[in-house]
Design a protein around this ligand. Structure first.
Ligand code: NAI
Length: 297
């Protein structure tokens, strides 16, 4: 089978100065994409900033014969997001791909979670995706083409101790991705999300013995496929790490329908309500409502 190329496609990758984003940037550029390597250059908790991380990746891409431009803006503000998209437009006149990858951590148990831990995490992960994707969206709609990949996390999708802020932001990205898929459909804009596991500076202390198998380069093929013109899906979520790739989906069980529902009925039929057999996977809210209305007929 022919190799998948990105010739002439302009890709914005946020947080691409290290970890997963760097790997995505190197691979897309190697395959012919023109890449905005965005990175604020701070520490894992989001403090500090610098230009060396993004510039080093641009230099690596250039040394390998690819084309990239560095951008040091923060995704956490609308102005930063606009400037990141403007950098693509100023350099190449278009934007085809947005990979929302920038991220920080401020973990604490929910009891100890305060505004200084919640707001920056929501700002970078969740609002960051709004801030960058929205100015790009306008151009994608206009050109009738776009690919958006959001970096979610199992911490939000499945739940993880100490990550209420991060988990909420990451599951918020799944909701954003699904709505973008619905709204983008008629413009050939596809939006999908990943829930990765990889050894980066963010996770190197917590992954244990499996860490060395979890190379960032094993996340990138999934992201590249979701960012490619041939990507067949939109609004979906994929779990990946160490070369494993699997779909994560929201299913709806058949449940029960009782027009005279009482709390006792809910209690007495609880096992039936919870029974997972025969579930369906609605593509969007309309599909879910169709299932619900069918049961009322
Ligand atoms: P990383 O810390 O190496 O990469 C994150 C990058 O985002 C850093 O280079 C950082 O400077 C940049 N960044 C932070 N705030 C920014 C801002 N306001 N504007 C622009 N850039 C900013 O960590 P990693 O693991 O590569 O993380 C990439 C994404 O993957 C993050 O969204 C993270 O939450 C997510 N993720 C990673 C997992 C893993 O196992 N490594 C697991 C689940 C999700």
């Amino acid at each position: 089978m022919a190799e998948l190329g990105f010739d002439g496609k302009v890709a914005i990758i946020t947080g691409a100065g290290g970890g997963l984003g760097r790997s995505h940037a190197l691979e897309l550029a190697r395959r012919g994409a023109l890449v905005v390597v965005n990175d604020l250059g701070g520490s894992v908790d989001g403090t500090g900033s610098g230009t060396t991380a993004a510039q080093a990746v641009v230099d690596e891409i250039a040394a390998a014969g690819g084309e990239a431009v560095a951008n040091y803006e923060s995704v956490a503000t609308p102005e930063g997001g606009a400037a990141i998209v403007q950098s693509a437009l100023d350099t190449w006149g278009r934007v085809d791909i947005v990979i929302n990858n920038a991220g920080i951590l401020r973990d604490a148990s929910f009891k100890n979670m305060d505004a200084a831990k919640v707001n920056p995490v929501l700002d970078v992960h969740l609002k960051g995706a709004f801030n960058v994707t929205q100015p790009a969206w306008e151009h994608m709609r206009g050109q009738g083409y776009g690919r958006i990949v959001c970096t979610a996390s199992g911490a939000g999708v499945f739940g993880n101790f100490g990550q209420a802020n991060y988990g909420a932001a990451k599951m918020g990205l799944v909701g954003l991705t699904r709505v973008l898929a619905v709204e983008g459909a008629k413009y050939n804009i596809k939006a999908n999300a990943i829930a990765p596991v990889a050894k980066t500076r963010m996770t190197e202390d917590i992954l244990g013995p499996a860490a060395d198998k979890l190379r960032p380069e094993l996340i990138t093929p999934v992201v590249a496929w979701l960012a490619h013109a041939d990507c067949p899906v939109s609004g979906e979520l994929y779990s990946c790490g160490g070369g494993r790739v699997a779909r994560v989906f929201l299913g709806v069980s058949p449940g029960i329908t009782d027009p005279d529902l009482t709390v006792e009925t809910v209690r007495d039929r609880w096992d039936e309500i919870r029974d997972e057999s025969g579930y369906e996977v609605p593509a969007d809210l309309n599909a879910e409502l169709a299932i619900a209305f069918k049961s009322l007929a």
